[in-house]
Write a protein that binds this ligand. Structure first.
Ligand code: NAD
Length: 483
């Protein structure tokens, strides 16, 4: 599939290969064939990056740089991303398999994060606190220091940008380990950051395997803070590593996010959103709307409408820009197929199924979109994250049961409520345990401006919006005795 491209790590302002000279072959999900290589970073590379980040943190120009200037650099980076949006979107799409228009949307969102945090960098202020007379007490917001960040493969550009934008705006320095399955846009954008004027060592990116470069980073004693987005299993390892180093960490883990559809809802408005919320990025979205809870009296009507909609969904290569691309890997496609097989063996009805474009490359990692229901609340399909294009529908009798079902998994990331009864929407929105709730709409993760993160086992800490600036900083209290 064309010539193979070599990408580089970015350490201390230099684009470089791994110290040990090893590489990881990147497979295009659309074909299953290698098309690029990234350095296989290890503990030595991570160590160099942490030393560079520490030095950059403690020396000029970064240490003495006014917030407004940090913001200008981030804004310039946003601009550079927009100028190269077509190339970056094509790269993101090929690397992850996502349809081209999703690649475009992700690159636009990445630029938007840098614009947002560029503008916000000089707008985070402390407070003065009234204490006894003769004293002035105030708080200052300071960076944590050297931040370690581990990023997943599903939205490499977006997740990189939401971490880097907020962490750098607050004056931290960063060592980032992107995912081995897809990370090319992250490496490219870290190079663009140097062009935008980011000083050497402020943002280092070390690609590599999770158990190798990722574990070396998470356990490095030179970090002041850790942030992780990915699976619950690895999240536990990250929090354990942070605890051993006695540093803070934020975890953005998975979800089994419900949309609650009452019989009085506007179905014309709701159903396209319900479909998109599970089909977007082939269901590989932590905040995918993977459960639909439907008021029992409307179940048959909704099931029939979804059967027809799913029948029309087509999966195929990313550059054909269809409803779905391939999954990220053979393993992920296998994981989805195993969930589907288990549901069928358990006798859960398959309501509807899409198709795979007939001339899709045979080595690609394709699965059609599927909708199952009624899915018993205790079935694995209703409780566990598939991370693929599989929607589980479960009926409910009344509002109380809808809330109980919505809250009936370990997760709590996002939820949606659909009804024409405004008071009910508010009651349910307040009763559902989730980091974000959408009423008569659903945004997987919502916009750049909206605080995002989980409750329960979906993680802790908030990213996006101004909330992320608080997360990536720490308060110092200063008390002045002025007599
Ligand atoms: P993953 O946890 O396997 O990998 C995420 C990152 O962790 C990768 O960079 C990987 O290399 C690294 N990693 C793996 N093992 C490691 C280890 N032992 N030490 C340190 N780092 C290690 O997850 P994934 O397969 O890339 O992503 C899928 C999962 O991530 C899903 O469960 C999904 O819900 C979740 N996710 C959550 C969010 C969110 O914002 N909440 C966003 C995207 C993905």
């Amino acid at each position: 599939m064309g010539t193979q491209m070599d990408f580089k790590a970015v350490i201390d302002g230099e684009s470089c290969a791994a110290t040990a000279g090893r590489w990881i072959e990147m497979l295009a999900p659309a074909t299953g064939e290698p098309f690029a290589r990234v350095p296989r970073g290890d503990a030595a590379d991570v160590g160099r990056a942490v030393v560079a980040a520490r030095r950059a943190l403690e020396s000029d120009p970064w240490a003495g740089m006014p917030a407004v200037e940090r913001g200008r650099i981030l804004s310039r980076l946003g601009q550079l991303i927009l100028e190269q949006a077509d190339e970056l979107a094509a790269l993101e799409s090929r690397d992850t398999g996502k349809p081209l228009r999703q690649g475009r949307a992700d690159i636009a969102a990445a630029a938007r994060y840098f614009e947002f945090y560029g503008g916000a960098a000089d707008k985070v202020a402390g407070e003065t606190i009234p204490v006894q007379s003769g004293f002035l007490a105030m708080t200052l917001r300071e960076p944590h220091g050297v931040v370690g960040s581990i990023v997943p493969w599903n939205y490499p550009a977006q997740i990189m940008a939401r971490v880097a934008g907020a962490a750098l705006a607050m004056g931290n320095t960063l060592v980032m380990k992107p995912a081995e399955a897809a990370c090319l846009s992250v490496l490219k954008i870290a190079e663009l950051a140097l062009e935008a004027g980011l000083p050497a060592g402020v943002w280092n990116v070390v690609p590599g395997y999770g158990e190798e470069a990722g574990a070396a980073l998470a356990n490095h004693p030179g970090l002041d803070f850790l942030t992780f987005t990915g699976s619950p299993e690895v999240g536990t390892l990250i929090q354990t590593a942070a605890a051993k180093n006695r540093i803070g960490c934020t975890l953005e883990l998975g979800g089994k996010s419900p949309q609650i559809l009452f019989a009085d809802a506007d179905f014309e408005a709701a159903l396209p959103v319900v479909v998109n919320a599970i089909v977007q990025n082939c269901g590989q979205t932590c905040s995918a709307g993977s459960r639909l809870l439907v008021e029992a009296s409307a179940f048959d009507r909704v099931a029939e409408a979804l059967r027809q909609r799913f029948r029309g969904l087509v999966a195929g290569p990313h550059d054909r820009d269809l409803d779905l691309g391939p999954l990220i890997s053979a393993d992920q496609a296998q994981r989805v197929a195993a969930f589907v097989a288990e549901a069928r063996e358990a006798g859960i009805p398959l309501i509807g199924e899409g198709t795979i474009m007939p001339d899709s490359p045979p080595g690609g990692f394709y699965q059609p979109a599927r909708v199952f229901g009624p899915v018993p609340a205790e079935a694995r399909l209703a409780r566990e994250e598939v991370f693929g294009p599989v929607l589980a529908i479960t009926p409910f009798r009344d509002e109380a049961e809808a809330i109980a079902l919505a809250n009936g998994t370990d997760y709590g990331l996002v939820a949606g409520v659909w009804s024409r009864d405004g008071a009910r929407c508010l009651r349910v929105a307040r009763a559902v345990r989730a980091g974000q709730v959408f009423v008569n709409g659903y945004g997987a993760g919502g916009g750049v401006e909206l605080p995002f993160g989980g409750v329960k086992k979906s993680g802790h800490g908030r990213e996006k919006g101004f909330e992320a600036l608080r997360e990536f900083s720490v308060i110092k209290t200063v008390v002045v005795n002025h007599g």
